[in-house]
Design a binder for this molecule. Structure first.
Ligand code: G6P
Length: 434
């Protein structure tokens, strides 16, 4: 009988019950017999709580899936067909620092975009590359499915510095697709969309309802205030003239670039009142883990929907399904460009609609991205590529150049102030800079 083992690194995450629910729902397509949830010592308590909830969910489903937890990731990687990474180096405390440091200098403070995402990349890339080394030794044919943010940069680092087969994922495209269908009053399967760009900087185009192009109609609906956003982002309304002339649908994270002033103002206000997003999430997490400890609970609680990760398990398990069952389904993934977007570097990891089969992702050729998109995409990619090198090499000069290249950073002076603050406040997590 076929059997699949999944290793989930960062398994103590509050999102894990959603993944378990997704596995239960797909058991006909994915013969999972073992799930290893892995975490680090600091996450032991959460890991144990989540594992017990996962075991109750499996028991209630009547399926024969063994759920184990461990702090030994090597043991978990051995024999795994898919290794899923969903970890957060330094936990939510580090995220809170990532959000606060830039705000001190009146710069966007966000966990994946701008200097906050940069700090996260510096902490995370070496850890993921270590995981890849273990995979090269213990499970060289396994797929790495990376959800860890900044997902595009992390996935590019893996492609550049490891031989492991890897795809990066994000739940933004699937949310945009669902919200588009909702705005159109149609079921998701009637609506086809195309995505191209970078992670958290992806544009949706060529929107079709039953085959008919409705891109402009959807843009009109957004101009009239149709909802399209993620729970973790403030929904500042788009300027209609801007959106109409853009001609495609930007992702919610584009607000940090296209509406930098509004978003910064809102972030500064929130930080001084309710706290930054990390601080809000810390409270939600406490509530979630209190619920998870209830021995009667054997399903994913509704409260998890307050987080920004909606549909995350659909995204990852649809991908696993396509890879495992060789379906040629179209999924949106982070993968090597290789000419699919002809005016971005070949070696850049892009976020793009792709045909997925057992050989991997085959990005759908986009030609050139239009002038009004490519400028931003190129600058962000130039920042990302320098930041990846800085994260791997621990090189101060490269790190400074990367931050200066980030379009959300106003000057070399501010970049240096932020960089020094990041290095000081993250010293425990950045051995490569010591
Ligand atoms: C969105 C992003 C994810 C991110 C999440 C944060 O969904 O696509 O990359 O991890 O939001 O949500 P949170 O509830 O932690 O703020």
């Amino acid at each position: 009988m076929k059997s699949l083992k999944l290793a989930v690194i960062g398994g103590g995450s509050s999102y894990t019950p959603e993944l378990i629910e997704g596995i239960i729902n797909r058991i006909d397509r994915l013969p999972v017999t073992r799930i290893d949830l892995i975490d680090v010592e600091a996450g032991r308590e959460k890991l144990e709580i989540v594992t017990q909830l996962a075991q109750r969910m499996i028991a209630r489903s009547g399926l024969n899936i063994e759920v184990r937890h461990s702090l030994d990731r090597r043991e978990a990687i051995q024999g795994a067909s898919f290794v899923m990474t969903q970890l957060r180096v330094g936990g939510l405390e580090a995220r809170a620092r990532d959000e606060h440091i830039p705000l001190k200098y009146k710069v966007i403070g966000q966990e994946t975009t701008g200097p906050g995402g940069f700090a996260k990349a510096l902490r995370t890339i070496p850890v993921i590359l270590d995981i890849c080394k273990d995979m090269e030794e213990l499970a060289p044919d396994a797929w790495l499915i990376n959800f860890t943010n900044p997902a595009g940069m992390v996935t590019e680092a893996v492609h550049k510095y490891s031989s492991i087969k890897a795809l990066g994922l994000c739940n933004v495209p699937i949310n945009m697709h669902h919200q588009t269908a909702e705005a159109l009053g149609a079921s998701v399967d009637r609506v086809k969309v195309n995505f191209a760009g970078l992670n958290h900087l992806v544009w949706m185009s060529n929107i079709r309802l039953d085959g008919r192009d409705v891109t402009h109609k959807v843009i009109e609906m957004l101009c009239d205030g149709a909802h399209m956003n993620m729970n973790n982002i403030h929904e500042s309304p788009w300027d209609p003239a801007f959106l109409q002339s853009l001609g495609v649908v930007p992702c919610p994270y584009h607000r940090y670039f296209y509406m930098q002033d509004d978003m910064l103002e809102e972030e500064l206000e929130s930080a001084a009142s309710t706290g930054t997003r990390a601080e809000v999430v810390m409270k939600t997490e406490q509530e979630l883990f209190r619920l998870y400890q209830n021995p009667e609970l054997a399903e994913k609680p509704r409260q998890l929907e307050q987080r920004g990760g909606a549909y995350y398990s659909d995204v990852s398990l649809n991908l696993v399904d396509a890879l495992y069952n060789d379906t040629s389904a179209i999924n949106v993934v982070n993968t090597v460009n290789n000419g699919a977007i002809s005016n971005l570097p070949d070696d850049a990891v892009v976020e793009i609609s792709a045909v997925i089969d057992s050989a991997g992702a085959h990005p759908i050729t986009q030609g050139t991205l239009p002038e009004n998109q490519i400028g931003l995409a190129r600058s962000v990619k130039a920042y990302e590529q320098q930041a990846i090198e800085a994260a791997v090499k621990g090189d101060y000069g490269l790190a400074l150049q990367a931050l200066v290249a980030n379009p959300l950073v106003p000057s070399a002076r501010v970049a240096k102030l932020i960089l020094d603050d990041i290095l000081e406040q993250n010293a425990d997590y950045l051995p490569q800079f010591q």
